[in-house]
Design a binder for this molecule. Structure first.
Ligand SMILES: [Zn+2]
Length: 253
C-alpha cells in the first residue's frame, strides 16, 4: 500500500474512531448471520433437550429481550450441557447458558443476572462492534477485509471466535444495561452483584470460565451494587418457586 493511501485510510479511520464504536453491520445483516451461526452451533454444542430447563431460561430471556431496543427481533435462548460456569451471547440475538452456571448459582436472581448481562451484550451489539474494530485493524495492516454477504459475516464471526472475550468497557456497558433490564423485568438487580461476588470468590480458588469471556475488573462488583441501588428492590424478585427444581435438573445433566 502506498504511504499516501495508508495516511488517507488512517485519517479516515481516526475520524471514524472519534465517532466511537462504529458498527459496519446493519441489524438485518447481523440477525441473518445469526440464523447461520445458530445452525452451525447446533451441530457444535451439546445443547440440552430438557424442556423444563430450556423453557425456564427462555421465558426469562424473552421477557428481558423485550425490554431492549431490539426487542422486536427474534431472540433465542439455549442451555448447553457443559460443567464450565459460563454463559455467552452470539450476534443475532443468540444466548447460551451452560448447565454448570445454572447448577452453581445461589438464586433465581443470580441466574437472571447472568441472562440479563448476555441480553445486554446482544442488544448493545458488542459482537459485531468488536468485529468492526478488528476489521479496522486489518485495513490498517493492509489486509483486505473478508468476503461480503451474510455468509461472509457469519464466517468472520465464527473465525474470530463467537465466544471470544469482550473488552472491559463492553463489560461495564453490559452490567449497566443488565441492571436496567433486570429491574424492568421485575428481578432484583442485586442478583447480578450476588452472581459476580460468588464467581469472584470461586475465581480465587481456581477460576471460572465466565471471567475469561467476561473480564473482571476490580471495581466491577462495586459499580453493579451502586447501579442496583438506583432501583427500589421492594417487590422485585430474587427467587421463584421453580428455581430449586431447575437448578437440581441442571446439576443432574
Ligand atoms: Zn460480559
Amino acid at each position: 500500500m502506498s504511504r499516501l493511501l495508508f495516511a488517507v485510510l488512517a485519517l479516515a479511520l481516526s475520524s471514524c474512531a472519534t465517532l466511537g464504536g462504529a458498527n459496519y453491520y446493519s441489524v438485518d445483516e447481523e440477525w441473518q448471520a445469526g440464523r447461520q451461526l445458530e445452525a452451525q452451533l447446533r451441530t457444535q454444542l451439546p445443547l440440552t433437550n430438557d424442556a423444563t430447563l430450556t423453557r425456564y431460561v427462555d421465558q426469562i430471556g424473552q421477557a428481558m429481550a423485550r425490554q431492549t431496543p431490539l426487542g422486536n427481533r427474534q431472540w433465542k435462548f439455549f442451555v448447553v450441557r457443559d460443567d464450565a460456569i459460563n454463559a455467552f451471547n452470539v450476534p443475532g440475538g443468540l444466548v447460551y447458558v451452560n448447565t454448570g452456571l445454572i447448577a452453581n448459582v445461589g438464586s433465581a436472581g443470580e441466574l437472571a443476572g447472568a441472562i440479563a448481562h448476555e441480553v445486554a451484550h446482544g442488544a448493545a451489539r458488542h459482537g459485531t462492534s468488536r468485529l468492526s474494530k478488528a476489521q479496522e485493524a486489518n485495513i490498517l495492516a493492509g489486509v483486505l477485509g473478508g468476503g461480503g454477504g451474510v455468509e461472509g459475516i457469519a464466517a468472520q464471526i465464527a473465525a474470530q471466535g463467537a465466544f471470544a472475550s469482550f473488552s472491559r468497557s463492553d463489560e461495564r456497558e453490559a452490567d449497566r444495561l443488565g441492571v436496567q433490564i433486570m429491574a424492568r423485568t421485575g428481578y432484583d438487580p442485586d442478583g447480578l452483584g450476588d452472581l459476580l461476588e460468588r464467581l469472584a470468590s470461586q475465581e480465587r480458588s481456581g477460576g471460572t470460565a465466565f471471567f475469561r469471556t467476561h473480564p473482571l475488573s476490580s471495581d466491577r462488583m462495586q459499580t453493579v451494587r451502586q447501579l442496583a441501588r438506583q432501583y427500589d428492590g421492594r417487590g422485585l424478585r430474587m427467587n421463584d418457586s421453580q428455581f430449586a427444581s431447575v437448578r437440581r435438573r441442571a446439576a443432574q445433566l
